[in-house]
Ligand binder design. Structure first.
Ligand SMILES: Cc1ncc(COP(=O)(O)O)c(C=O)c1O
Length: 386
């Protein structure tokens, strides 16, 4: 191992490390991207607890699943993600270890389909996207997406950069609750993008990790479904980590859409093979819980109302923050768990050192880390560094 180069600590883990070593009792954690309730706790949803009880009472074996995982989970989740669809053999899905597993497998499939595929990723974006694509051997090209100082989605700049795409390239697009910016394409922008991708033969990798935490289950999936309806080939990567609160249980799914049933069948055999070499068999617990929730009407209703509570809390906090610090009023027009505040590195460091407030170095905050107790403290600290 002497040949290995030392790797820098992930910026997120660095924040976590500093936070844990800060003895101040009133420190504020806006760093790591997990939902928190008003007491700062990341709860287990009541619907999840009930489904877990049922699972423990009824499960009779821990035998392996197949590399494709729990087909019942995928079937139950499909209408939530994809909307009403007809089973004509052009869409097929499998379970993956979290959204990350879905992205990693999607990247492997892209590479196997076309090793020269270049993956376009908007910047600023979710840090792991580029690393996952590169881990599969794909080249990544960044395109403009968001201007932090003016808090604007750079649609025109993005489209003009995308003019350089080659047929067979891919693009990663987040549907709803963009990490880290909280901004979303308008319906017209999604329409223009879908038409462009179709015309230029670019494969969209649609990543949805926060469905239901922005505008609602259907609205957050609007862009994803619109693109699927207008391109022949696409990959859909979904995480159940946030909307089911199942972070450590690694519940995710990957769907592949193809232009005909034969190519989808081929993709399926390749995905099975590649899953075998990545994780062999996926974990069961979290996806079984999701399947039980979605196939039990009373638990399904309970989960949806718990999701409503989480979403309403995030929306409320966005409004409260915008009211308390009018300079950051754009946060109330953004949605989901994150906003990328127009702060520079010095301001982020001052917030940490002078006020015990922790966020990612880029200025990304987890809105759910705010609560009625710490929001006024955060607002006044922000004003002091502006
Ligand atoms: C945009 C985005 N995609 C995918 C993921 C991966 O989710 P998971 O924890 O299910 O692997 C995340 C997690 O933070 C994310 O923010």
């Amino acid at each position: 191992m002497d040949t290995l180069a030392e790797q820098p600590l992930d910026p997120m883990l660095m924040v976590l490390h500093l936070l844990r070593n800060d003895p101040r009792p009133n420190k504020i954690d806006l760093g790591i991207g997990v939902y928190r309730d008003d007491t700062g706790h990341t709860p287990i949803l009541a619907s999840v607890k009930a489904a877990e009880r049922h699972l423990i009472e009824t499960q009779t074996s821990k035998d392996y699943l197949s590399p494709e995982g729990d087909a019942g989970f995928v079937a139950a989740l499909a209408p939530i993600v994809l909307g009403p669809s007809t089973d004509d053999g052009t869409m097929w899905g499998m379970q993956t270890p979290g959204g990350t597993g879905a992205l990693r497998l999607a990247a492997a499939l892209l590479h196997r389909t076309n090793p020269d595929c270049r993956v376009w990723i908007g910047t600023p974006g979710y840090v792991n996207h580029a690393m996952l694509m590169q881990a599969a051997g794909l080249a990544v090209i960044e395109h403009p997406f968001f201007d932090k100082p003016t808090q604007t989605l750079l649609f025109d700049a993005m489209m003009s950069a995308l003019n350089e795409v080659r047929r067979g390239d891919a693009i990663v697009l987040q549907s709803g609750c963009h990490n880290p910016t909280g901004v979303e394409f308008s319906h017209d922008q999604w329409r223009a993008l879908a038409a462009f991708l179709n015309e230029r033969g670019v494969v969209p990798v649609l990543d949805m990790a926060y469905q239901g935490l922005g505008q609602g289950l259907d609205e957050d999936a609007w862009g994803l479904r619109h693109v699927l309806a207008h391109v022949p080939e696409a990959l859909v990567c979904v995480s159940g980590s946030k909307n089911f609160g199942l972070y450590r249980d690694r519940a995710g799914a990957l769907w592949v859409q193809g232009s005909n049933p034969t190519s989808v069948r081929r993709a399926r055999t390749n995905l099975n093979l590649m899953a075998r070499t990545l994780w062999s068999m996926p974990p069961d617990h979290g996806t079984a819980v999701v399947r039980i929730i979605l196939t039990t009407p009373q638990l399904d209703a309970q989960w949806r109302s718990e999701l409503d509570v989480m979403r309403d809390r995030l929306t409320g906090l966005r409004h409260d923050l915008a009211t308390a610090v009018p300079e950051f009023e754009t946060v109330k027009r953004q949605s989901g768990m994150f906003s990328l505040l127009p702060l520079d590195r010095d301001q982020v460091t001052r917030l940490r050192i002078e006020h015990g407030i922790y966020m990612v170095e880029s200025g990304r905050i987890n809105i759910a880390g705010l609560n009625q107790g710490n929001l006024p403290v955060f607002a006044s600290a922000l004003r002091s560094v502006l």
